[in-house]
Ligand binder design. Structure first.
Ligand SMILES: NC(=O)c1ccc[n+]([C@@H]2O[C@H](COP(=O)([O-])OP(=O)(O)OC[C@H]3O[C@@H](n4cnc5c(N)ncnc54)[C@H](OP(=O)(O)O)[C@@H]3O)[C@@H](O)[C@H]2O)c1
Length: 347
C-alpha cells in the first residue's frame, strides 16, 4: 500500500461529477451535499483502510465525509484529505463533519477536543461539529453491550447547555461553520431550541426504511434543522453490541427488493434514493469501490416514483439498531429509557 503522505490523488476516469450531486440548503444559507460517506469502521475496519476509502470516494466524486473522534481514524483520514486538497479539490468544495465524543463534554474540554480533531484532520475549520450523544457517558471503542461507564448519568439539560455554549464559542472562534446534535429526541431538542443562542443546523439520527422516526424527522424539519441519516442501509456489518435477535434487515425487505429489481439497481441504492427524496442526507459507509460509487450514483440517478415512496413509507418496523445500551446510567434500565419514548426525559 502506498503511504498516504506521498499519494498522488486525482479524480477517477469514471467519477460522478460532484456538481450533479443534489445539495441541501441549511438554515444558515450554506449548501451541504445531500449524500456523504460515513467513516465509522464498526470496530472491524482499520484506520488506514478507511482512509483509503476516503481517497477513493473523493476520486469517484464524494465531497462530504462524516467523521468523529471516537472512530479513531481522523489522523489517517487527515492524510487522505491533504492528498485530495493537493490534488486540486478546493477546501470550500469539501464538507467535513466531526463529533465531540462523550468523554469531552466538560466545558474546558470542548474546544481542545475540537482543536484535536482539526489537527488530526489537517484542517483550519470544520463545516459541522456535532455533540455525538447527549450523554457524557463514555464507552471504549470495541466494547460489548454490557459495558457501562462508572460515572454514567442521565441527560441533564443544564450540563448539556454548558457543552453547547462551548460549541457556540467554536463558531465564534471561526473553528467551526455549523454546529449540531446527534442521537437527540424531541423533548431534548425542545429544551435546546429554547435555550441556545446558535441553533443546531443539523440533527444526525438513525434513519432507514425499517426505522423512519417520523415524529423526530418532522420535528427537526419543522424547526429548520437538516436531518442527516446514519445507518441508511440498516448497517448490515454493525458491531456485535448493536445486534439483537429482533433486528430486521432493510436490504432483504421484499418491497425494497421489488423496487430494486424494477429499477435494475441494488437494494442499497433504493434505500439511499428514498432517504434523499424524503429530505434527509444519508451518510452510507463502504470500503468497497463498487459499492461507494454505486451509492453516489443512486443520488444522481432516476428518482423513485410517488408510488414507490409510498410503498417504502409503509414498511417502517420501528426497528432501532443503535439502541445505545452502553450509555445507560442505572441498573435494571432498558435501552428505551435513552430515547424518551413517553415524551419525558427520565432522570
Ligand atoms: N451519529 C452517530 O451516533 C452515528 C452512529 C452510527 C453511524 N454513524 C455514521 O453513519 C455512517 C453509516 O452508518 P453505518 O456504517 O453503521 O451503516 P450503513 O451505512 O447503513 O451500512 C454500512 C455497511 O453497508 C455495506 N454497504 C455499503 N454500500 C453498500 C452497497 N451499495 N451494497 C451493499 N452493501 C453496502 C458496507 O459494506 P462494504 O464496506 O463491504 O461496502 C458497510 O458495512 C457511519 O459510517 C458513521 O459515519 C453515526
Amino acid at each position: 500500500m502506498t503511504p498516504l503522505e506521498t499519494i498522488f490523488w486525482h479524480p477517477a476516469a469514471d467519477a460522478i461529477d460532484p456538481g450533479r450531486v443534489p445539495q441541501r440548503r441549511l438554515s444558515t444559507g450554506a449548501a451541504m451535499p445531500a449524500i456523504g460517506q460515513g467513516t465509522f469502521g464498526s470496530d472491524h475496519v482499520d484506520a488506514s483502510t478507511m482512509a483509503e476509502a476516503v481517497l477513493g470516494a473523493a476520486a469517484v466524486g464524494y465531497r462530504h465525509f462524516d467523521c468523529a473522534a471516537v472512530y479513531a481514524n481522523e489522523r489517517a483520514i487527515g492524510k487522505s484529505l491533504a492528498a485530495i486538497l493537493r490534488g486540486g479539490v478546493r477546501r470550500e468544495d469539501l464538507w467535513i463533519t466531526s463529533k465531540l465524543w462523550n468523554d469531552r463534554h466538560a466545558e474546558s474540554d470542548v474546544i481542545p477536543a475540537c482543536r484535536q480533531s482539526l489537527a488530526d484532520l489537517g484542517l483550519d475549520y470544520l463545516d459541522l461539529y456535532l455533540v455525538h450523544w447527549p450523554f457524557p457517558n463514555f464507552h471504549p471503542p470495541g466494547c460489548d453491550v454490557t459495558s457501562r461507564s462508572a460515572s454514567a448519568r442521565p441527560y441533564i439539560h443544564e450540563n448539556f447547555m454548558k457543552t453547547w455554549r462551548q460549541l457556540e464559542k467554536l463558531v465564534e472562534l471561526g473553528l467551526v461553520r455549523h454546529i449540531g446534535t446527534s442521537n437527540m429526541t424531541v423533548p431534548k431538542l425542545r429544551l435546546l431550541l429554547g435555550d441556545c443562542r446558535i441553533r443546531p443546523a443539523v440533527n444526525e439520527m438513525e434513519m432507514h426504511p425499517h426505522f423512519q422516526q417520523p415524529e423526530l424527522f418532522e420535528f427537526v424539519r419543522a424547526n429548520g434543522i437538516q436531518p442527516v441519516a446514519y445507518c441508511p442501509l440498516g448497517s448490515p456489518n454493525r458491531p456485535e453490541r448493536d445486534r439483537t435477535p429482533e433486528d430486521t434487515s432493510d436490504l432483504d425487505d421484499p418491497a425494497i427488493r421489488k423496487i430494486a429489481r424494477d429499477h435494475g439497481i441494488h437494494a442499497a441504492a433504493v434505500c439511499l434514493k428514498w432517504s434523499i427524496q424524503r429530505g434527509a442526507v444519508p451518510i452510507p459507509m463502504s470500503i468497497s469501490r463498487a459499492n461507494y460509487r454505486a451509492n453516489l450514483l443512486a443520488a444522481v440517478g432516476d428518482p423513485l416514483t410517488d408510488a414507490e415512496m409510498a410503498a417504502i413509507a409503509g414498511i417502517d418496523r420501528n426497528c432501532r439498531l443503535v439502541k445505545g445500551q452502553v450509555f445507560l446510567w442505572k441498573p435494571d434500565q432498558s435501552w428505551e429509557d435513552l430515547w424518551d419514548l413517553k415524551g419525558v426525559i427520565p432522570s
